[in-house]
Ligand binder design. Structure first.
Ligand code: UVW
Length: 317
């Protein structure tokens, strides 16, 4: 059995942005999204077309979630049948209404991860002590990200199409060089501070394969290398958005370590992660007119001390 390194070993010399935006920072690389970046994003709008990137919660075909989590459960509390059985409240004027509630993993749908979502070595983003996560995130929860909102120039990189496949295979990896080659192929230049949006269409397999989708679970995606981390660092990428559950290859093929980029990018550099997006309509529109940049906007929910939040990102082209 080959030695699987600890993250502290693997990332011993990796770059960090801790302290770059002050000792109290909780939004990390989103600080790169200044007013100028908002205006740069707006310049990418030419058609006035609006698209949403959220996958339906409670999809009749099922909701893909990371192993160990469960899809959201919706429960109808009040509907017309409440008045059939005499439990529906009576209002002057005779109004009836419908009410429902949802029990959901905050990381179980299209979502923003809080910067305090993952850590190693007892320390999370910006050097905060891992004990600050106990009972709820006192530091780097999703609430400051929600309070700020995310707006900038987004660029779609359709890796599935670039590789000429309908969707990537389990465990298949790619790197920043391939992102750049894909961008060139799409005739677009990735710029500093772009929100990088990557399409793999892997979750199509969740619908095609049913329960066997989770056997030997290993999503495809970006794989760790020091050069890749340095590229994110130099490009000052604020937000990585994908159509995967975990945004990266689940187990690094070189070392066997799980979710290395969650740690190298999110914990160390403060790159914010958006996962489980539906990029199909966006991809179709981009291929149709050959324009792969857009104004990307997202507002996760303001949930006190939460590790993440469902979101419905809006894209304007
Ligand atoms: C884990 O970190 C396990 O999952 P994700 O970031 O994909 O929600």
């Amino acid at each position: 059995m080959p030695h699987v390194p600890e993250l502290r070993e693997l990332l011993a010399n990796a770059p960090k942005n801790w302290g770059r935006w002050g000792a109290d920072d909780e939004v990390g690389a989103l600080n790169f999204l200044t007013r100028d970046e908002v205006l740069r994003g707006i310049k990418a709008v030419s058609e006035g077309e609006v698209l949403t990137l959220q996958r339906m919660i409670g999809d009749p075909k099922g909701d893909p979630v990371f192993p160990g989590r469960e899809p959201a459960k919706l429960e109808m509390i009040t509907d017309e049948s409440s008045w059939d059985v005499g439990t529906g409240p009576e209002f002057p004027g005779g109004m009836h209404y419908a009410d429902d509630k949802m029990l959901a993993f905050l990381q179980g749908s299209t979502q923003y991860d809080a910067l305090g979502h993952v850590w190693y070595d007892g320390t999370l983003w910006n050097g905060y002590d891992a004990r600050t996560t106990v009972g709820g995130l006192d530091k780097a929860s999703v609430a400051p990200i929600a309070q700020r909102g995310v707006v900038g120039r987004g660029v779609l990189l359709d890796i599935a199409r670039y590789r000429g496949v309908e969707s990537l295979d389990a465990g298949e990896t790619f790197d920043h060089e391939e992102l750049l080659a894909c961008a060139e192929h799409q005739n677009i230049t990735l710029e500093k501070h772009d929100i990088v949006v990557i399409r793999t269409n892997y979750l199509q397999r969740f619908h095609d394969e049913g329960e066997s989708f989770y056997e030997d679970f290993c999503e495809p995606g970006l794989a760790y290398s020091p050069d890749l981390v340095e590229w994110f660092h130099e490009m000052e990428i604020p937000n990585l958005v994908t159509d995967l559950i975990g945004n990266e290859v689940t187990f690094d093929p070189a070392t066997g370590v799980a979710l290395v980029l969650h740690n190298a990018l999110m914990r160390n550099l403060g790159v914010v992660f958006t996962e489980i997006c539906d990029l199909e309509e966006l991809a179709e529109k981009c291929h149709a007119d050959g324009k792969y940049d857009f104004l990307y906007t997202a507002a996760p929910l303001k949930i006190h001390r939460a590790t993440g939040s469902p979101v419905n990102p809006l894209v304007m082209r």
